[in-house]
Ligand binder design. Sequence first.
Ligand code: GLA
Length: 721
Amino acid sequence: MIKIDNKKKVFVLDGKNYSYIIYVNEAGTLQFVYYGKKVDGDDYLTSVYAKTLAPEPNGFNIDNAFNGMPSEYAFFGKGDYRAPSTLFVREDGFRASRFVYKSHEVVDGAPDFGSLPHARRGGKTLCIVLKDELSDMEISLNYTVFDDSDVIVRNAILRNCGKNKVRLNKAFSFCLELPDAQYDIMRLQGRWAQERMPEVTPIGKGTVRVDSSQGGSSHAMNPFAALLRKTCTETSGECIGVNLIYSGSFAITAEASCFGALRLQGGINDLNFEWILDGGEKFVTPQAALCYSAEGLGGMSREFADFYRNYIIDPARAYMRRPIVINNWEATYFNFNRDKLFDIIDAAAPLGIDTFVLDDGWFGKRDDDKSGLGDWFVNEKKLEGGLKGVAEHCAEKGMKFGLWFEPEMVNEDSDLYRAHPDFAIGKRGVTPSRQRNQLILDFSRKDVVDYIYDAVSKVLKSCNISYVKWDMNRFMTEFYSEKLPYERQGELAHRYILGVYDLAHRLTSAFPNVFFEGCAGGGGRFDGGMLYYFSQIWTSDDTDAFERTKIQWGTSMCYPVSAMSCHVSACPNHQTQRITPLATRGLIASLGATGYELDLTKLDDCEKEEIKRQIASYKNIDELVLRGDLYRLSSPFNSNYFCEMLVSKDKSQAYVAGERIHGVPCDLNYIIKLKGLDPNKRYTVKELGITASGKTLENAGLLLPRLPDFGAWTWNITECK
Ligand code: GLA
């Protein structure tokens, strides 16, 4: 709900449990007042409270734009020496700005930004237009609120209303200026096969920067940060999370000023970013989703999960039962032929697996990672009978067929590159930096995107393909497009991502019956922008059942478990060499969109029975994965137990899954207190043969079984009717 005092220009935005208040101050600038638990928009908040937030330091009066000014979108060069939200240069070189209120309107729903990922619907959107007193620039700030959510969606649109061009050097999506900096900051940092490890550090004075300049959101840092009050825990206390709905280079900064305020802002990374706005043009920044939680990190995660499922992920897919996949990558790598694939399919069908996904190596000349990318036509020499033969074999066995692509990439050893070397990003004559022997196609060019669209469409039309794994295995270097003029080269990285979105938009619209999964060398581009197009994403190339507890725990901070592709793989694990029980691997994979990634033909009967059992059990709980609330009960980072729980919205069913990390002789008692149940309902815990009230299960908890190394357990909990 949005309440506006039109006379005093006070805007009160109310979501499910929070209020967000801003107002136009005496100096005409848009100022932050309050963000937190619900309040009434009482007069004193703007007449007294807001003024103490922006104290005039003794002797200073620099147009109300000094280091203590709580700005809703910070401008540059008028006495506020902290990082601005935007920095632009006019034709005469002048770069100071001072944005004041011009107008506002409230519209139903959420703005539609075409193929740039955005909240698909909304309750209401407040749009406030600010005007620069020193140039012809205007900025529209959008705030979309939802009655059923604690997420508020923000972005900024910069408009050049003059005739002369302006060069944007920075155009962030949002700025949130909190009155104090008594927070720690959480980021999800990592590397290949170790994505999204939560790290919490104090803020201190100065700037904490969470960013990627790689041309993709990256393995190293997710476009997410959370501010945690010192009292914030998993289950209680206040935190504010921000998640950018964007897949390119990004930055989120938290800057504590000398006057004690904290400026949290973010958007497209300003490093290596420039954008020319000709007269009359506008620049739309990606959306940022902000979440206020008074119920700790768990509360924040559940709000983000609901937000993604209800407002970002394709509504036709968000709650759709997910295909249970067998993927051949770790079974065969590049070394397969038709017979080998048929054997895997034959072994999969009786186990209850419903989709076979053929991974890398089916196209062009591709027997290793040195060649073939870009040549999207089947290699019939390697795959006798082509894709059609595999698709038909799947159909005979009652299974569906899926295919791996890496549409954004090219090998120099490919027909595509030999014909069109200029299609690749980089400067001719400069040796390219290769990662995995490949280059990136210049998706800032429409002709390149068109070419790939045609090539991929042709394959998708060639036989019955119902699943696509869209991979992306390197990040950007030698940022240069042969087709962009000198002054627009700084636009490349963002234009590239817009090209990726354009292709994803066109392919997902043209093939509505194909289920798309995202991937980027594992989970190197696991973000809200990708989730807009791909309903689930390959979480990590690390499929080890212990490592996955940490990766999935971190990923769940701001993404729903149903968005995580989680596969059972072989042991010793290919990434860590660790041996874990097959039951444990199945159980950890059941806390997401489950699947398999191993050579099924090498399993003995016992192992096949175990997989059959896993799939049958998964079918009893997959509604909880799709629709339930996640409670993280015991952290693999600071305890010997990993344990998570999914609870149905009506609290009639729950699923607890856990893993003991190391077996310890004479181990101490360890009690898990369940969460999220209805205290007054009675439940049965199937595996323990007990019944108890929600109150007892939450307060007294359950004693954990004493298991060996990497042993796992489940508790299936149902309401007694
Ligand atoms: C990436 C993916 C893997 C697999 C390989 C194929 O590493 O993350 O799952 O598809 O590429 O080359």
